[in-house]
Design a protein around this ligand. Structure first.
Ligand SMILES: [Zn+2]
Length: 288
């Protein structure tokens, strides 16, 4: 039955998955200034995303930033993917004063807090999607949201003005009334829906079929999550603490960032196994 096909099955039918388009500028370095991150290095080859397959690592890489906030995590994310795209969503570049050259320049940038809130939002959505496999961690997440909401300190970052919105669901009440599974699904909708509304579906004239068009990278993360929302192919990585969206049943490690062929976690695991085997052989050698 077509409607029952999981995302993995669908991606098998269409190599690379549903088509989409984003051509995204990246730079060699980034700096924070007045609460915003701006590119400061040289322009690199743009990142081109034409299918969901090419962006499957994006939600996990954002979840990694949410787990380890700080300059290092942010810079390694930005080096692989570029900015999340607040300026592109706003529609006009920002005027930034450059002390070195003593002039005003037009730049793209991300507010630090907005970008970090999206990393956290994507990470939580990913955990809610994978919640069926990790029910205890889902209950912890839902209780955390309920506490923050009760204190008036929970909002969802968005991809349109005013850049954040309140959650309609009373998470604490829902947890008591209908339990974690249903509450998790309802909260997931509230985390994703405000970020899917700005994504456009258009007909690609050269291919004669529809594709999804993005203005900014952050929208791609939400689209990948929406494609994976049934949870069939979201699973924990065998070597690190993040969940990932798999494109293949046999995949056990979180996928590599764009332009890298091998998964970092897969490489680390194989390296560890190789060293273990080597020391085992050395040990056997000295035994009589
Ligand atoms: Zn991993």
């Amino acid at each position: 039955m077509w409607a029952m096909a999981t995302a993995i099955e669908r991606w098998r039918h269409e190599p690379g998955g549903p088509s989409c388009h984003l051509e995204w500028n990246r730079w060699t370095d980034y700096k924070a200034k007045d609460g915003w991150t701006y590119p400061t290095g040289q322009p690199m080859a743009p990142l081109v995303i034409n299918s969901v397959r090419e962006a499957l690592a994006l939600p996990s890489d954002l979840a990694r930033v949410a787990r380890a906030p700080g300059r290092e995590a942010g810079v390694s994310f930005y080096a692989a993917w570029g900015l999340l795209g607040r300026t592109e969503l706003e529609g006009s570049p920002r005027r930034v004063y450059e002390h070195e050259s003593r002039r005003w320049v037009l730049k793209s940038g991300d507010p630090l807090s907005w970008a970090f809130d999206h990393a956290g939002n994507v990470a939580m959505a990913l955990r809610l999607i994978g919640g069926a496999r990790q029910p205890r961690s889902m209950v912890k997440d839902l209780e955390w949201v309920a506490d923050r909401q009760a204190a008036g300190r929970f909002s969802v970052p968005t991809t349109a003005k005013p850049w954040a919105t309140q959650v309609q669901l009373d998470v604490g009440k829902s947890l008591r009334k209908v339990g974690p599974a249903e509450t998790g699904r309802a909260l997931l909708a509230e985390l994703l829906n405000p970020n899917l509304g700005t994504i456009r579906r258009v007909i690609d004239p050269s291919a004669g079929r529809s594709r999804v068009d993005f203005v900014a990278l952050v929208q791609v993360a939400y689209w990948v999550l929406a494609e994976a929302a049934d949870g069939h192919n979201v699973r924990p990585c065998a070597a690190c603490p993040v969940l990932f969206v798999a494109h293949d049943e046999r995949q056990t490690y979180c996928p590599p960032p764009p332009g890298v062929r091998e998964s970092r976690c897969g490489r680390v695991y194989r390296e560890r196994e190789r060293r273990k085997a080597e020391s085992r052989r050395a040990f056997e050698h000295v035994l009589p």
